[in-house]
Design a protein around this ligand. Structure first.
Ligand SMILES: Nc1ncnc2c1ncn2[C@@H]1O[C@H](COP(=O)(O)OP(=O)(O)OP(=O)(O)O)[C@@H](O)[C@H]1O
Length: 340
């Protein structure tokens, strides 16, 4: 439904070229909540500006619902933009207009009649929980309420795509959660495809089903959130994942721990069903090994539980090997670690 094929974007300023995006290939399916994460300057905003055609590609193709965006005339572009709503980090509301009037802006621009506008705005006020605030001005609202107005305004023309540019970065954790819940509701009830750009992995973890990690204008890793979080390959992805999933043995445990020849250390990764099976219990009960748990944590992604555990195994060589095979047979990823 949104496709970027070999897209590059170079800005030229005062004779200097800045390659903001290099050979980007992305496919966003209908119904996805697709997150783009990267540090400042990675090219996230540029990418989103190419999707709503605020910027033109230098080379490559952007397709929205199979239609090539490069080729559009001004009137064609207006039609495509109707399919796309956008929300911003700093909300971009008109301070001189009420909540009602802010939400109505896209409909006024589309020259809808008064009765239709009133009906649609009322619907959106209710959907976003703002009915009481219809006559308030933006300056009288909290950050979360302002973002709700931004969301209602973005939905006014019934778009099929919603672009979110750091939409929760200016909000506290609790308000962030309520806005993310609202975005999920929009995705599920209105079947709207959502693109999110963020520098916070927790946002991706909480609502996205797909993720692309960007660095210096390139996509260094992409895939289903569960796969990317479960097995991040690129060091930058690994460091993003570590901001939300901890798999390191704490310093305090390391200090009291003396590694000996007869003890071997393993990292275990449990995904889905294996996270709720009593694998370690059976390991201790059925095998001639001593198990020392150095670290354990659990997290939830896409309604799937992922568990991490670091253990020490002590015992005869063959008993340790049997124990490792047993863990593998239970669908748990197990790897020996040489250095903690
Ligand atoms: N209009 C512009 N003119 C010139 N260079 C630009 C322009 N917009 C962005 N850039 C440059 O392109 C690169 C990518 O910027 P972009 O804003 O897309 O990154 P970002 O990942 O969104 O970063 P941030 O999170 O800081 O917004 C940067 O080097 C930036 O300086």
């Amino acid at each position: 439904m949104i496709e970027l094929k070999d897209v590059s974007k170079t800005y030229v300023r005062k004779g200097l070229s800045i390659e903001a995006l290099k050979n980007i290939n992305i496919k966003v399916d209908k119904g996805d909540i697709f997150g783009f994460i990267g540090f400042s300057g990675a090219g996230k905003s540029t990418l989103i500006r190419l999707v709503n055609r605020l910027e033109k590609v230098t080379s490559g193709e952007v397709l929205i619902e199979g239609e090539l965006l490069n080729a559009y005339s001004t009137s064609g572009l207006r039609k495509v933009r109707k399919k796309i709503g956008m929300i911003f980090q700093h909300f971009n509301l008109l301070e001189s207009k009420t909540v009602f009037d802010n939400i109505a802006i896209p409909l006024v621009l589309l020259k809808r009649n008064k009765r239709k506008i009133e009906q649609r705005v009322k619907e959106l006020l209710e959907f976003t929980g703002l009915s009481e605030k219809a006559n308030s001005y933006p300056s009288e609202l909290s950050g979360g309420q302002k973002q709700r107005v931004g969301i209602a305004r973005a939905l006014a023309s019934n778009p099929s795509i919603l672009l979110c540019d750091e939409a929760t970065s200016a909000l506290d954790p609790q308000t962030t959660q309520s806005i993310l819940d609202l975005l999920r509701k929009i995705n599920q009830e209105y079947k709207i495809t959502i693109l999110i750009i963020t520098h916070e992995m927790s946002v991706i973890q909480r609502i996205c089903n797909k993720v692309a990690v960007m660095e210096k204008g390139e996509i260094i890793e992409q895939g289903n959130v569960l796969e990317v979080f479960g097995q991040p390959r690129h060091p930058t992805t690994q460091s993003f994942v570590r901001t939300v999933i901890h798999d390191k043995v704490p310093e305090s445990v390391l200090r009291t721990f003396e590694q000996q020849e007869s003890q071997r250390i393993y990292k275990l990764e449990f995904i889905g069903q294996s996270a709720s099976d009593p694998v370690v219990h059976e390991l201790i009960r059925k095998h001639e090994v001593h198990v020392n748990i150095l670290f354990a944590s659990m997290t939830e992604i896409q309604e799937t539980t992922i568990g991490y555990m670091t253990i020490q195994l002590r015992g005869e060589q063959h008993a340790v090997e049997q124990a490792v095979s047993f863990v593998k047979s239970k669908g748990v990823n197990i790897q020996e670690v040489k250095d903690l």
